[in-house]
Design a protein around this ligand. Sequence first.
Ligand code: COA
Ligand code: AMP
Length: 637
Amino acid sequence: MSAYRTEYQRSIEQPEAFWAEQAQRISWFRQPHEILGFDRQGHARWYGDGEMNTCHVALDHHVAEGRGDQPAIHWDSPVTAGKRTLSYRELRDEVALFAGGLASLGVGKGDRVVIYMPMVPEALIAMFACARLGAVHSVVFGGFAAHELAVRIEDAEPRVIIAASCGVEVDRIIAYKPIVDEALTRSRHRPEACVILQRDSLRAQLNDSDHDWQALVADASPADCVAVNARDPLYILYTSGTTGKPKGVVRDNGGHAVALHYSMERVYGMTPGEVFFSASDVGWVVGHSYIVYAPLIYGCTTLVYEGKPVRTPDAGAFWRLIEEYRVRAFFTAPTAFRAIKKEDPDGRRLEGHDISCLRTLFLAGERLDPPTFHWLEELLSVPIVDHWWQTETGWPIVANLQGLEPMPAKAGSATLPVPGFDVAVLNAQGEPAGIGEQGSVAIREPMPPGCLAGIWRDPQRFQRAYMAAFPGYYLSGDGGYFDKDGYLFIMGRSDDVINVAGHRLSTGEMEEVVGSHAAVAECAVIGIQDALKGQVPIALVIPKDGFDGDVTALERELVALVRERIGAIASLRQALVVARLPKTRSGKILRKLLRNIADGESYGVPSTIDDPASLQDVHEAMVAGEVGTAHRAQQSG
Ligand code: COA
Ligand code: AMP
């Protein structure tokens, strides 16, 4: 039997023995003996009696084992012309001091801390400092607007907020402090203090309850690692669900550290001491797992990049970074390469860069479309590895395991289930779908360590969203199929979640924002295909009876409203006023049909439709509004 088969089967047939062994690879204050347990929903919880500290595993342990002088972080910021390297020892010391500062503000075990920061080393220092104290961080992506930040502050109820004075985008500086201040006026919860990192690009005006990062650290004494239970939460990361309220995915400490350690070896094929580069953002799960925690838990060096794939300064940015920092494994979203391909279709920018250090390129966050896969295959002489995972799992579910047994790649497939994940494709009756038959992708319990422990203070939502559909299985929300070789093909979400430039967004949430406009009677927000970003949202809107305002002005206002409430990252660029929306007789908007029309696909008229003429209306409005490739859509019978 192949090395992959042997390891995979063991992980599924003897999960306790398998994960007990893997637990030996990290440092514990008290080794776990109780390996696997289940919560009331039948969801696996790991290492119930283990005690450890994630910051200790990632920093102090490595310093003690002789890795103190190795670079832990290389920071490279073309947008500010900044560069900095911190060794493991320096990082450990800075984290301990900042943790001391947080402790002086009253932050302790179990307290929540919201972090709203760009890609600077201090974002990692803040996260590790929370982990060191046993506090629970919740990082909010810098591209989210005040309203989104406020929603997260209300839900997490942080004792302290840590922010930078600004973020720096390609063409503008984004003042973070006014966003934090506005979020606080909107939120019913008030933290006790804010800590602000002043950046030279734009310094912030501080209020009485604000603390300057430098001043806080200057007066602090280093704090030691606090022992936490393996099942205590390490962080909450909010992700889009199907409603306006994001889900607070809770990750625990012990299982997370064990799983990430395992993934660095088996999935990413890394060796401690090597450089890992994940071009994402600390505000997303990819950033949490593969910029911050996994590389350091495993003893690698992480490259923290404050820049873009293009325009900082050009489409050769990644090649320069790989060469300069001797990157061994590089991980980003396919959209980043679509942006590069658009500006540099022949890969000219690669010329003159020695990237022979690079061993593997990993892609995730959205489907790796075959044209991008083939373009990369031609350009580079390293394996191009698509792998599928989500915020909830925290690490890859399906991948081509570079550190176990690399398999031949198939364009459009993330390859085989990772050990620990018993992946199934289920039909509507909950039975396994046949080979090549599309269904709901689910994971049979016990899910391996590292996966979500629940939704922050909302066990019912956890049950409803993930566990109710198919008893004994976690529902991923993605549709897909297995081929005859057991390769999994993920075909997209089967709910209202869309993927825009590798960012996960909720159309339901955008509908709530659009629907809140005084002139809007009804609306639907759908994700349509986009050559660069994969998907982009558009809004279709029916104005209230008697609306006699300027339609174009209304459309513009709605676009601005989504940008103001959710943030620029929502990328809603088009709202379209229509007379009617296609609905079933029970009043459900036929969103899939709307997507078909916008994407230029042929569509049939379902027998359940209430008003078939509404389809023609929408089609004509989309063609007139030059939406996607709607002009190509045809009614098929
Ligand atoms: N803070 C504030 N604003 C931000 C932001 C941040 N951290 N990140 C993005 N934005 C803004 C952008 O400036 C842009 O604003 P604009 O509408 O005024 O131009 C808007 O949000 C949309 O951003 P984005 O979707 O990133 O589009 P883009 O055109 O700026 O860049 C790519 C397109 C493909 C280059 C970019 O999306 C990218 O690098 N993607 C990589 C994928 C990735 O990191 N995925 C994360 C999960 S792995
Ligand atoms: P997020 O939680 O932000 O990481 O988004 C997770 C979602 O992104 C998944 O549920 C998928 O819909 C999509 N996704 C992530 N990786 C892949 C991939 N390799 N192939 C297809 N879809 C992916």
